[in-house]
Design a protein around this ligand. Sequence first.
Ligand code: NDP
Length: 279
Amino acid sequence: MAQIIDGKKISAEIKEELKEQTAHLKEAGVEGTLAVIQVGDDPASGVYVRNKKKACEYIGIHSKAFELPESTTQGELLHLISDLNADESVNGILVQLPVPDHIDEKTIINAISPDKDVDGFHPESVGSLTIGQPGFVSCTPAGIIELLKRSQVEIDGKHCVIVGRSNIVGKPMALLMLRENATVTVTHSHTKNLKEICSQADILIVAIGKKEFITGDYVKEGAVVIDVGIHRDENNKLSGDVKYEEAERKASMITPVPGGVGPMTIAMLMHNCVEAMMR
Ligand code: NDP
């Protein structure tokens, strides 16, 4: 039976550490403010935004919420971002994605100052990660590195297979694993022999967005399995991209859904906010 990598516990530890750091910064006269912008009233986005506000409160930074109507134009949103870029009391800016169809996501991401890009999605942040310079790192992959390190998983020299190549998970994940000296294989929907490649992984990271796609026969005996996927069924039950009961029988360590990668994303967002304060 695999050891469970407890994302809830590890994210709580990180938030405690950040709380201490913000208390020290406050003593030194440094306050932090995260601006969170939501356009429209998508219920899932609403939950994420509320959780981010709660996390800010918990670690001791201010949050400014901008709940804009669905009818907000791209120009109005760009104007708000420009004001927040110029506002010295704001250290971090995030726009909850997805934005409505009439707004171009790329234009919005590019408008956020790289100094306040706590989501790590700006091309400058991604470029810095690519060439190993300091910058904000996308929260979910950064959280996975923390999960691995704090669970004493050795990364150096290991073969890491990543399923998925999205800009927010798969690609930055590959760059971070390279930075940690793993040998990295990135797979996607055009990959041939996916099962064979996955079953060679010492560390298998799955962000495919397909419920329980990765069954036990994709997993090498003793592998570490990280499941990024989140799927909610009609009874509100959550599951991942990995068929947990099967993978768990072969893996040495595994993240559950819920309680694995999910809680780490907000913890790493808070980490980026504190980094923004320290800059
Ligand atoms: P995307 O849909 O953007 O990317 C999915 C990736 O999987 C693509 O690169 C796609 O390939 C690849 N893929 C799709 N089908 C196959 C296949 N049959 N074989 C191999 N590869 C395939 O998803 P995200 O990266 O945004 O998210 C992935 C999952 O993680 C989702 O379930 C999402 O909800 C979850 N998630 C969870 C987070 C958390 O905090 N825990 C944060 C972000 C996401 P191609 O590029 O060729 O199309």
